[in-house]
Design a binder for this molecule. Structure first.
Ligand code: S3P
Length: 429
């Protein structure tokens, strides 16, 4: 798809699709709750549909017609059925990792796998703690990746110090912990997104947090809840970035989830000089929500590292694009997790920004980006190697909006993983 420079600015009010992380959890936890969970604002992206399909294969009645409403008929903690097929997680690391924890506690065997990218992503990070709990989980090809085979086993509570700040790892352990014979505590090096904890708590689980540790005591049933999924800040990020860097823009993005474990991008952009205002702040099903008002701003470089990284990890490709247009240097550190996302995002962001004329250097755990001293339109067009990674394709579409010549996104269809209407929304603006 060809992206042409925008010359008139982006104006108007938009809504972004539902939060991907919360959408996955609404189906997973709704499935093992007692009663009916109605979900509004569900993300109709391919990743979340993979989760629906997996639970249908395990006998859960899920009413879903491809839109944004889902009704999950919960079967309770012990009501899942042995899947008749291999569970296909598609491109979704969240489905693969979190569901593995849940499957570890079931009285039946299962196998899960996904696409080429999923079969390369590290699964030892969940296999190690789940095995410590007593799980029988193996990597079928013995390479630490999916396909994973899980056999029934008795699970014990553990106290686990996770080496990575990963909500997928934390959530996988917490779902296994629902089936263990004692309490489980997970401690993270920095706080990762806490949607699983919030939803488990709302459904009646015995779960509490103390600084970087979360403890779950098994024994409580989960009770179905109606869930209103807020707009995904990771999807809003593209329009926040576009509103900041496309000249003469003034945008409102409505109903965006601003859970503090997700909202690091707002802090970083404000620190870079962004005109960014949160309006109409409220709470929806235990999650903080706001409308975001963004206007074109003169941005300068910044330093991003440490505890804030997990709160903006998926936004870093877009932040790198924005930093390339800002005045001065931006240094991003402590983000080596980017190498094991849907693609190696350190390598791809660097390669593509260089192709567009930016001054960027990859480091072991991030980037050093030298912005272009305020020259308007500092980037030029290029053919973007997106490696079928939705976040690379969308980040470089935004770069294309301010580039002096046309930009080509090679696999625009990959945005359907998290944002099926992305290009329609861009065109509307
Ligand atoms: C997610 C957690 C993050 C994030 C991913 C979604 C989740 O991954 O990158 O897109 O829903 O739990 P990690 O937990 O591996 O950091």
């Amino acid at each position: 798809m060809k992206i042409t420079k925008n010359t008139s600015g982006l104006h108007g009010k938009i809504k972004v699709p539902g939060d991907k992380s919360i959408s996955h959890r609404s189906v997973m936890l709704g499935a093992i709750a007692e009663g009916i969970t109605h979900v509004e604002g569900f993300l109709n992206g391919a990743d979340c549909i993979s989760t629906i399909n997996c639970f249908r294969v395990m006998g859960v009645d899920i009413e879903y017609d491809g839109g944004t409403e889902v009704t999950v008929h919960g079967v309770g903690l012990h009501g899942l059925k042995a899947p008749s097929n291999v569970l296909d997680c598609g491109n979704s690391g969240t489905t693969t990792r979190i569901m593995s924890g849940l499957l570890a506690g079931q009285p039946f065997s299962s196998e899960l796998t996904g696409d080429e990218s999923i079969q390369k992503r590290p699964m030892k990070r969940i296999m190690i703690p789940l095995k410590e709990m007593g799980a029988d989980i193996i990597s079928v090809k013995d390479n630490g990746c999916a396909p994973l085979r899980i056999n029934p086993a008795k699970l014990h509570g553990i106290s686990y110090n996770s080496p990575v700040a990963s909500a997928q790892v934390k959530s996988s352990i917490l779902l296994a912990a629902l089936y263990a014979d004692g309490e489980t505590t997970v401690t993270e090096p920095a706080l990762s997104r806490d949607h699983t904890e919030l939803m488990l708590s709302a459904m009646g689980a015995d779960i509490h947090r103390e600084s970087l540790s979360v403890t779950l005591k098994p024994g409580k049933t989960l009770q179905a809840q109606d869930i209103e999924v807020p707009g995904d800040i990771s999807s809003a990020a593209y329009f926040i970035g576009a509103g900041l860097i496309v000249p003469d823009s003034d945008l409102i993005i409505e109903n965006v989830g601003i859970n503090p474990t997700r909202a690091g991008i707002i802090e970083v952009f404000r620190d870079m000089g962004a005109s960014l205002e949160l309006i109409n702040e409220r709470t929806a099903t235990g999650e903080k929500v706001a409308d975001i008002h963004v206007m074109t701003s003169e941005l300068h470089g910044t330093a991003i590292s440490g505890d804030i990284i997990p709160t903006l990890i998926d936004e870093l490709p877009l932040i790198a694009v924005v930093a390339a247009t800002a005045e001065g240097t931006t240094i991003i550190k402590d983000a080596s997790e980017l190498k094991v996302k849907e693609s190696d995002r350190i390598a791809l962001v660097t390669k593509n920004l260089k192709a567009m004329g930016a001054d960027i250097e990859a480091t072991d755990d991030g980037f050093i980006i030298n912005g272009k001293d305020g020259t308007p339109g500092p980037l030029h067009g290029a053919v973007i190697d997106d490696a079928l990674d939705h976040r690379i394709a969308m980040s470089f579409t935004i770069a294309g909006l301010i580039s002096s010549s046309d930009t080509e996104i090679v696999h625009p269809e990959c945005v359907s993983i998290s944002y099926p209407d992305f290009f329609e929304t861009i065109n509307k603006l």
